[in-house]
Design a protein around this ligand. Structure first.
Ligand code: HPA
Length: 274
């Protein structure tokens, strides 16, 4: 198998992202996108509701994007024109950190979106809820994160400020669409195993409210590239030990399916309000 271009340490990942953005412009006929979205479990239908799809093709046609490894994550890239003229780039193929291919591949979509001109990055996921008042099927905003991967997408001594990583302004835009949206601190674990109840209690003690296996590393990369970040989680289950029944991927997928029409419509409206 040919070596993945991002696996060569001598290769500058931003150069691959620039090349990917050039291929995107060619493939979509759109020189500049405004907003990019990564659609996690339960959020995929938003792509159909944001506006008119002007291009839709397998992500694998663009340099640096692999095939998606997880059921429930679509492996396509779409360019969409919203009614208000906003150009949205939907990245269906998220590479997870737990796949073990390194952080460069995890954040390649974000870096490509930035190179394609997007100034806003919307990161969505399906996640476990720690707040006992939350219910499966409920969307929540991410207000901050705890990165428990012990890794970073930033290579070398670049010191990026993360004080307001998850934009208050964008959270307010989302709340202007749905005033009921609660928010919480997202905790990224490596996965792919779910957390133990003790780890969930640790996350809670540390100030976490949402547990998952994505998003934090992508948000850091987005900020490094100067983007404004909106993070949204679909609570697919209560976290291990908070709910008394065992966790399963099937349960996560099922909760995503059930919530999909409602949360996808919400997300599409948020994009329309940007
Ligand atoms: N933990 C981690 N990731 C998840 C969960 C969870 O409980 N639910 C969906 N993704």
């Amino acid at each position: 198998m040919a070596q993945h271009p991002l696996d060569d340490p001598a290769v500058n990942p931003f150069e691959i992202a620039t090349k990917a953005a050039e291929q995107l412009a060619e493939r979509t006929g759109v020189d500049q996108h405004d907003v990019a979205l990564t659609l996690g479990s339960g959020w995929a239908k938003a792509a159909e509701l944001i506006g008119e799809t002007v291009a839709d093709f397998p992500a694998s046609e663009i340099v640096g994007f692999g095939e998606p490894a997880v059921e429930g994550h679509i492996g396509s890239i779409r360019s969409i024109r919203a009614e208000n003229g906003t150009r949205a780039l939907v990245l269906g193929a998220r590479t997870h950190y737990y796949e073990g291919h390194g952080v460069r591949r995890v954040v390649h979509g974000v870096r490509t979106a930035a190179a394609a001109g997007a100034s806003t990055m919307i990161l969505t996921n399906g996640a476990g809820g720690i707040k006992s008042a939350w219910r499966p099927g409920q969307p929540v905003l991410i207000s901050d994160h705890l990165n428990l991967t012990a890794d970073s997408p930033i290579e070398g001594a670049t010191f990026v400020d993360l004080t307001d990583l998850y934009s208050k302004r964008l959270r307010d835009v989302a709340r202007s669409i749905d005033p009921e949206l609660d928010e919480g601190v997202y905790v990224q674990f490596r996965g792919p195993h779910y957390e133990t109840p003790a780890e969930v209690q640790m996350a809670k003690t540390l100030g976490g409210h949402i547990v998952g296996m994505s998003t934090a590393l992508e948000a850091i990369a987005a900020r490094q590239s100067g983007m404004e970040v909106l993070g949204m989680s679909l609570i697919t289950n209560l976290a291990a030990g908070i709910q008394t029944t065992p966790l399963s991927h099937a349960e996560v997928i099922q909760a995503g399916r059930e919530a999909e029409p409602v949360i996808s419509a919400l997300l599409a409206k948020v994009v329309g309000a940007l």
